[in-house]
Design a protein around this ligand. Structure first.
Ligand code: AMP
Ligand code: MG
Length: 501
């Protein structure tokens, strides 16, 4: 079955919807409307994103609370909950689906890209199981802050269009204010979406989904002699590149289940995610990740594990001869490590100001990471301060002050400078190139926590606003916000993060 792009909607209301997923066969989703809430109030509207999507700003400013709470469904929407399955912490769950999310529909943005607009926390759907379909304010703010920060860092991620409080409590371990988050994504197709149909032996649907995903995300694959293999290869390449980018900024996703891995290559589901402060490759934040399955340095391998699960769903489409199909899949999976390593090392080279390539670069990068680990140095600040050291060795003292034990760093700096001597370009140009890849500001976990506490306790959104603002320009020195670059004081440190459930 081939996906045929629908003709543009005649609707000229606030949202120029053009819904293609809703035209897929009925087993792909359940049509369901949001459940109205008592007293919605708009916390934040992302105006630049709304403009990029071609939405009517006037309407959103007037009716945003009603629209983004789900109380008023905009004309042209086709609200639905998507079906998907997934491996959660390695265990397969044949049916998950949008239990607390409803896709309103799709728009074609100003750049001609099709984007999903989805409400998170709008009430129950047929996939809610025992859940209430609701979201608490804290996770909504965390997702808003982190997804926008990832985008500003230049890392593919779903976006935050709006956040509202509902005026209704949600019941978790405590009673918390309810909220709804509006997420924008290239699409919400996940590895788990393929698994949903494969687990049912419904290969026709797997193929229909693959055709849809190819049309939407990888149209070039259609010209390949093996379109489904080319599609799989492209997904593998995007995920390898994405996970390398996470490592470059110290990001820990926290819940890399196969239902939380997109086909488009965007980071999705900012549940228990966090950026690490002191460098530790084994770092875990998520309260539910007891065995460190999704630790910082385990993420590349987990990416490959998840992609192997995707391959298992697609293999019959690769070749009619099973053995050949499996060989083809294994060849592609076998390339993952090298693709990841190339992206990772390229990015790490740039972080330390190297544009050329030498044999010893990997060891040089690894030696810095070892010194950082031993010195318990802050990941983000080490690289940011290294930019100043690239321009002037007088800055080394400030860099060394980040290290509990600076001996390893001192040796490393001298090796680094020998390597830089073989690089082209002036040192101040190198320093500014490094500043463009080493952020000064990331949404530090203790800052997120402070913003959530103020918003939840006192309905004070000023810390949330400030954090969104400062992390929207991560590579600029913003002296006014200097304190936001600092790691937590010991008493501010946050050891655990929680899922939105
Ligand atoms: P997540 O941990 O966000 O990846 O969600 C895993 C699964 O649990 C998905 O199928 C969600 O839709 C579902 N889920 C999480 N929270 C809720 C909730 N409050 N109500 C209903 N379903 C939920
Ligand atoms: Mg999820």
């Amino acid at each position: 079955m081939n996906y045929v792009p629908p003709s543009p909607s005649a609707d000229t209301d606030a949202f120029p919807f053009d819904n293609s997923f809703a035209r897929l066969p009925q087993q792909f989703f359940a049509r369901v409307d949001p459940t109205p809430v008592a007293e919605p109030w708009l916390i934040k509207l992302n105006r630049p994103l709304a403009e990029e999507l071609g939405l009517d700003i006037g309407t959103l400013e007037r009716d945003g609370a009603q629209i983004f709470s789900g109380n008023s469904v905009p004309a042209g929407a086709a609200p639905l909950a998507m079906a998907y399955a997934g491996h959660q912490f390695g265990t397969f769950v044949p049916q998950l689906g949008d239990g607390r999310a409803i896709l309103l529909g799709e728009v074609i943005d100003r750049n001609g890209r099709r984007r999903d607009i989805q409400l998170k926390g709008p009430g129950q759907t047929p996939f809610s199981r025992r859940g209430d379909g609701r979201a608490a304010l804290g996770p909504v703010l965390r997702e808003y802050i982190v997804s926008e920060a990832m985008h500003a860092l230049g890392i593919p991620a779903t976006r935050a269009l709006a956040a509202v409080v509902t005026g209704q409590p949600v019941y978790r371990e405590q009673i918390l204010p309810g909220a709804v988050f509006t997420r924008v994504a290239a699409s919400h197709i996940r590895v788990g979406t393929f698994q949903f149909f494969a687990a049912r032996g419904d290969m026709a649907s797997v193929q229909a989904l693959a055709d849809y995903a190819i049309d939407r995300h990888y149209p070039d694959a259609k010209n390949d002699e093996r379109p489904y293999l080319a599609f799989f290869k492209a997904v593998v390449a995007r995920q390898a590149a994405l996970i390398a980018r996470w490592l470059h900024v110290g990001f820990i996703h926290g819940v890399m289940n196969t239902d939380n891995m997109t086909i488009s290559g965007e980071t999705i589901d900012f549940g228990p995610c966090a950026f690490m402060d002191a460098y530790d490759p084994k770092k875990v934040f998520s309260s539910i990740d007891q065995f460190g399955r999704y630790a910082y340095a385990s993420q590349p391998a987990i990416g490959q594990w998840n992609l192997t699960r995707l391959a298992e769903t697609l293999v019959p489409l690769f070749d009619p001869v099973a053995a050949t199909a499996v060989d083809l899949a294994n060849d592609v999976l076998g390339e993952y490590g090298a693709i990841f390593q190339r992206h990772w090392l390229d990015g790490m080279r740039r972080k330390i100001g190297i544009v050329g390539e030498e044999e010893g670069d990997l060891d040089l990068v690894q030696a810095l990471l070892t010194a950082m680990h031993q010195g318990e140095a802050d990941f983000t600040l080490t690289f940011r301060k290294l930019c100043a050291s690239a321009a002037d060795p007088a800055a080394d003292a400030a860099l060394a002050s980040l290290f509990a034990a600076p001996a390893g760093l001192t040796t490393w700096l001298s090796d680094w400078r020998k390597r830089l001597a073989r690089e082209p370009g002036a040192s101040d140009e190198r320093a500014s190139a490094m500043r463009a890849v080493n952020p000064a500001f990331i949404p530090r976990n203790h800052r997120i926590e402070q913003a959530i506490v103020a918003a939840t306790g006192e309905a004070d959104f000023s810390l949330f606003e400030a954090l969104v603002d400062v992390t929207s320009r991560p590579y600029e020195d913003q002296p006014r916000f200097a304190a936001y670059a600092d790691p937590p004081q010991p008493e501010e440190e946050v050891q655990q993060t929680f899922c939105g459930t």
